[in-house]
Design a protein around this ligand. Structure first.
Ligand SMILES: Nc1nc2c(ncn2[C@@H]2O[C@H](COP(=O)(O)OP(=O)(O)OP(=O)(O)O)[C@@H](O)[C@H]2O)c(=O)[nH]1
Ligand SMILES: [Mg+2]
Length: 276
């Protein structure tokens, strides 16, 4: 694997993450029983997520609902190098900000379900727009593999993406692929295996704020969140959302539900009372 950051060491091997986080996953409607690794598939709409999902699971998928919602959730399983993977297809989203149910679901699953690895499928022909979501996900988790899909389309349009450079820039493996033809699938599996086994460690790019005062405000607020809700994960991300005025996160802090392990469902439910 060419991940440039194999020397860095912020992402621990996570062979036991599923066990540690099983109850949270169940609360989010995903039962990891019988699996070693939970893998989320995220990405903008129409980037080939289902194509990747189907190729990996051989179409052995179960379609359910996110609890209390009518957004389809596809789950499937596969085995690779003697480990059982559960694959969870998240709704296609442009961002993780709280502007729609789909975004809430994707965000909450990544924040509180803490999958062992997230495959973010990006469209190589629309890289700039797609990287927005990748960068947002990297603020939440380092355990990411970027599937750079639709490389055939990009080539047809005269575009070449330097995936090694992108790997260095993002700090996570970027795997070029043409999922419709099955090209790059083995490399994707290998990258997923290496990230989850700890064979390579990743250090996702963190967005730095140029203004020092913003950084200080985020740190101070994150400390206070940690003080008020000990053990809550991703305090920095929550602090940023509060500073941006994210209404669902504001509500979860104000009514104390942020401290509950079922926060995910609470945030999603309080941000939009309707099921779509
Ligand atoms: N040319 C090309 N087309 C692809 C590739 N991968 C997927 N597609 C096509 O892109 C379209 C969308 O693929 P999907 O797998 O449904 O994408 P998705 O991200 O699941 O879409 P949503 O669930 O609607 O967000 C389909 O017509 C696929 O056949 C690829 O590598 N190259
Ligand atoms: Mg799909």
């Amino acid at each position: 694997m060419t991940a440039a950051d194999s020397s860095s060491n912020t992402s621990p091997a996570c062979g036991d993450c599923v066990l540690n986080n099983a109850s949270n996953l169940r609360k989010l409607g995903v039962d990891p029983a019988g699996h070693d690794i939970v893998t989320a598939v995220a990405g903008n709409p129409n980037t080939g997520k289902s194509t990747v999902f189907n190729a990996l699971t051989g179409l052995r998928r179960h379609v359910g609902n996110w609890s209390g919602k009518t957004v389809d959730r596809a789950e499937g399983s596969f085995e690779y190098r003697r480990r059982r993977y559960k694959l969870v297809d998240l709704p296609g989203t442009y961002s993780l900000l709280s502007t729609s149910h789909d975004e809430d679901i994707a965000r909450d699953f990544l924040l509180f379900g803490r999958p062992d690895v997230t495959v973010v499928v990006v469209d190589a022909t629309r890289l700039e727009r797609n990287l927005n979501l990748v960068l947002q996900i990297l603020q939440i988790t380092d355990r990411v593999v970027c599937a750079l899909n639709l490389v055939d389309e990009a080539e047809r349009n005269g575009l070449t993406v330097d995936s090694r450079h992108l790997t260095r820039e993002l700090g996570v493996p970027v795997v070029p692929m043409t999922a419709r033809r099955g090209t790059g699938m083995t490399e994707l599996l290998e990258a997923v295996e290496q990230v989850t086994s700890g064979a390579i460690t990743t250090r996702g790019k963190r967005v730095q704020h140029r203004d020092n005062r913003v950084e200080q405000a985020v740190s101070r607020l994150a400390e206070r969140i940690e003080g008020k809700f000990p053990g809550v994960v991703n305090t920095r991300w929550i602090a940023l959302r509060l500073l941006e005025g994210d209404p669902s996160v504001e509500r979860a802090v104000a009514d104390g539900t942020l401290g509950e392990l079922s926060t995910a469902a609470v945030i999603a439910a309080s941000s939009d009372g309707n099921t779509t």
